[in-house]
Write a protein that binds this ligand. Structure first.
Ligand SMILES: Nc1ncnc2c1ncn2[C@@H]1O[C@H](COP(=O)(O)OP(=O)(O)OP(=O)(O)O)[C@@H](O)[C@H]1O
Ligand SMILES: [Mg+2]
Length: 255
């Protein structure tokens, strides 16, 4: 696979005496789908917030495209953030704004395009994500899955190189989960976007991930392809996968 677009080395972060990250090493390869799994509270959200510079580590480095970002002043970090799209659990659309205004919002903020150009770009991006004739609608008129797609259209409208999804499937029914999965795969295929996904959904993780990294006890316990992680001999990983119901193991084997 391609070179890493994100390189995290020795990342440590404590909140008072709560040591959350204790030396995380992780590389996110360009154009691939990297999924971070791990128990609730293990620091997955804390980790991705470091990647977009919302949190500063106690020590360790994060390189984006070879540029070390942990020491960057806020003004320069804003430029780095343009390489990212973020889709958090609540897609956080503006309810009082049309779909079109939601999707063009980053263009208004960050570009000098005219109305016509912005509209064309937004409609094209919505179409790529399987949404037609929705631009005049309001978020409340759409299904949850459609809203997520609008969120992705907005997160990708500035052509980010990488999109971060923090638990995009949580709280969705199985069909909607499949929609989100397809959306992430489409982003890779159609838009050549690198995805960094935090997920609790093991089945979809194993289906779509080029790389799976399990965070446990402040470190990346195991990482590899879906197949490698699924067949890992690591006891913690085996138990985690077994309990999620997606592993080929018996409980005896998982212990
Ligand atoms: N801003 C903060 N200040 C203090 N503690 C924090 C802060 N953010 C996170 N934490 C702590 O860091 C730990 C990891 O939190 P985090 O949200 O990263 O977990 P997570 O792996 O994303 O869990 P989940 O799967 O439930 O979303 C928790 O103990 C949490 O209380
Ligand atoms: Mg979280």
């Amino acid at each position: 696979m391609a070179a890493p677009i994100v390189s995290i080395r020795g990342l440590r972060k404590s909140f008072d005496d709560n040591a959350v990250l204790k030396g995380v090493d992780l590389e996110v390869e360009e154009g691939g789908i990297t999924v971070v799994i791990g128990p609730s509270g293990c620091g997955k959200s804390v980790l991705v917030k470091h990647v977009i510079g919302l949190l500063k580590p106690d020590s360790g480095t994060i390189e984006i495209d070879g540029q070390e970002i942990t020491q960057l002043p806020e003004r320069q970090m804003t430029a780095v953030r343009r390489k990212f799209g973020m889709l958090f659990q609540q897609s956080a659309l503006f309810d009082s704004m049309s779909v079109l205004d939601n999707v063009t919002f980053p263009l208004v903020e960050h570009t000098h395009l005219n109305q016509r150009e912005m509209r064309d770009l937004a409609i094209q991006r919505l179409q790529q994500l399987g949404l037609t004739d929705v631009e005049e609608k309001f978020p409340s008129e759409l299904s949850g899955g459609m809203r997520k797609r609008v969120g992705l259209a907005r997160a990708t409208i500035l052509d980010p190189r990488i999109v971060i999804y923090d638990e995009p499937m949580t709280g969705l029914d199985p069909i909607m989960c499949e929609n989100v999965e397809e959306m992430i795969l489409t982003a890779r295929q159609e838009l050549k976007i690198t995805s960094l996904v935090v997920s609790h959904d093991m089945a979809s993780t194993f289906r779509m991930a080029d790389k799976v990294a399990m965070l446990f006890n402040g470190r990346v316990e195991v990482q590899g392809t879906s197949e490698e992680v699924r067949s890992s001999r690591n006891e913690t990983v085996r138990r985690f996968i077994y309990l999620s119901g997606t592993g080929p193991l018996t409980l005896e084997e998982a212990r």
